[in-house]
Write a protein that binds this ligand. Structure first.
Ligand code: FAD
Length: 456
């Protein structure tokens, strides 16, 4: 490809997936421009820098990024060790963005605020696909505009956490009680220790962040016994948060759930089941967190509340683009059946790429954590495969875009246990041959001409 036809790819967000997209783009002689809202790369990961990851280094490094780093004499981490978020930034994302050829392609303190197509509003169709994207962003020097042939939105969802209300809305009084509420994973053992030590802390949610937060709070309680931990669970069965345990191929992730199960069993955590938060009010300097109506429901009293109920994508700056999302998950339509926690009984998600992530707006793709919308269980490795495929698609290499080059580790979580029994793993283990099958039982069913085992 000559310099005059070199395609420009705007990438929103310099997290692990956005930077990986840029590395793949460089390898294909495309021109990436990464716009990052934060003052440094890995801005979102830094916020959870104290958290030890549940996947080891071997699942945290993108292959194209690794090739760029190798050329600089990078001292690669031990693939079997588990980094913290902070180490992921320090040992991988920072060197990638500052010491490789990517350094000329990343702009920090640049928040994308809107995107359209040059000369076309959302309604106008004829010739639309040939018009470059126009991206408006804000940096210290004021509003700026760039143009690009393709856009990858890898802006994550860290900055839009779900609220405490069981109905998906902020609970009544939640906004007013913000000084006693933290979202996702505050650093209860070090940075934010003074805020939580010796206090009664209510944790809401049942995903990995909630599980990690509960475990850390019990550790704090061991050091400062006056600390009390309450877990507010929306469902009837808290065991759902315990995950795949020994069946989880990511050992550390399985172990997290198993540890929580032990702590609950030992009575270290007060569990409030079927607690559907409707209101929060501050009385006598404490939080009164209510389930049901203020006059007839239950309530829990705490000094602090940690809301770890997941994230939702910020779609506001995409308003002028033609976007089609699943109405429940807010993720690309073709991806929804693979990751819908209501339908997809197998927690293991098969790899996917450009085909599932493309939008009605030609040249625009979601990638990374944001591509999952409101669904949980996103893995960085999934994101690396997504952007490998997307960049191939932008480069016109359909064969590479369609190819699946990844086998994902199983979660071991499966609502549907096949006759073989749970000891055989999730739906009898991962699919061996058929990339369209999500597990062994699914593959066996499809090879016999059936529609599948029901896993996804
Ligand atoms: C606590 C925690 C632990 C996790 N542990 C693991 C793990 O062990 N293994 C694993 O595989 N996955 C893990 N994940 C899931 C996931 O892989 C990570 O969240 C990962 O950081 C997602 O990468 P990303 O690049 O998609 O998004 P992010 O890392 O969130 O990066 C998005 C970037 O976009 C920027 N941005 C946002 N809006 C804009 C805008 N409008 N304009 C410009 N820039 C913008 C943000 O500042 C941010 O830097 C974990 C997630 C969390 C929250």
């Amino acid at each position: 490809m000559t310099a005059t036809t070199q395609k420009t790819v705007a990438i929103i967000g310099a997290g692990p997936v956005g930077l990986a997209a840029a590395a793949h783009a460089l390898e294909r002689n495309l021109k990436p421009l990464v716009l990052e809202a934060g003052p440094t790369v890995g801005h979102a990961v830094r916020q959870w820098g104290h958290v030890r990851m549940f996947s080891p280094w071997e699942y945290g490094v993108d292959r194209a990024a690794e090739r760029l780093l190798a050329a600089t004499g990078w001292n690669s981490p031990d693939p079997k060790l588990y980094p913290t978020g902070g180490e992921l930034v320090e040992r991988y994302l920072e060197p990638l963005a500052t010491r490789t050829a990517l350094r000329d392609h990343v702009q920090t303190s640049s928040r994308v605020i809107s995107i359209s197509r040059s000369g076309f509003d959302k309604v106008k169709t004829k010739g639309r696909e040939n018009a470059p994207f126009e991206i408006h962003y804000q940096n210290g020097a004021g509003p700026k505009t760039i143009r690009a042939d393709a856009v990858i939105d890898a802006s994550g969802s860290w900055s839009s956490p779900n609220p405490a209300g069981a109905n998906g809305l902020a609970a009544i009084g939640e906004a007013e009680a913000q000084t006693r509420i933290a979202y996702a994973m505050p650093d209860v053992l070090t940075r934010d220790r003074a805020r939580y030590a010796g206090r009664t802390v209510a944790v809401v949610g049942s995903g990995h962040s909630a599980v990690g937060g509960l475990i850390d709070l019990v550790r704090l309680k061991e050091e400062v016994p006056a600390t009390k931990v309450i877990w507010l669970v929306r469902g009837a069965d808290p065991a759902k948060a315990f995950g795949g345990g020994a069946n989880d191929k990511l050992v550390a992730r399985g172990e997290l759930g198993a540890r929580l199960a032990r702590l609950v069993g030992d009575g270290q955590i007060q569990v409030e089941r079927e607690f559907r938060i409707t209101y929060v009010d501050e009385t006598d300097g404490r939080l009164r967190i209510g389930s049901g109506s203020a006059s007839s429901g239950r309530h829990a009293v705490a000094d602090e509340m940690i809301v770890a109920t997941g994230f939702r994508p910020d779609l506001f700056f995409l308003r002028e683009l033609r976007i089609a999302l699943d109405p429940a998950l807010e993720c690309p339509l073709a991806l929804a059946p693979l990751i819908d926690p209501n339908e997809h009984s197998c927690g293991t998600v098969r790899p996917h790429g450009a085909r599932e992530l493309a939008q009605p707006e030609p040249g625009f793709y979601f990638a990374g954590m944001k591509s999952y919308g409101r669904a949980p269980t996103f893995l960085m490795l999934t994101g690396y495969e997504q952007v490998r495929s997307i960049i191939a698609d932008i480069d016109g290499d359909r064969a590479a875009a369609e190819r699946v080059e990844l086998v994902l580790p199983e979660t071991g979580v499966c609502n549907l246990r096949p006759a073989a029994g749970p000891e055989q793993g999730c739906c009898g283990g991962p699919a061996q041959q058929d990339a369209a099958a999500c597990c062994a039982a699914d593959e066996a069913a499809k090879s016999k001409g059936a529609t599948g085992c029901g896993c996804g």
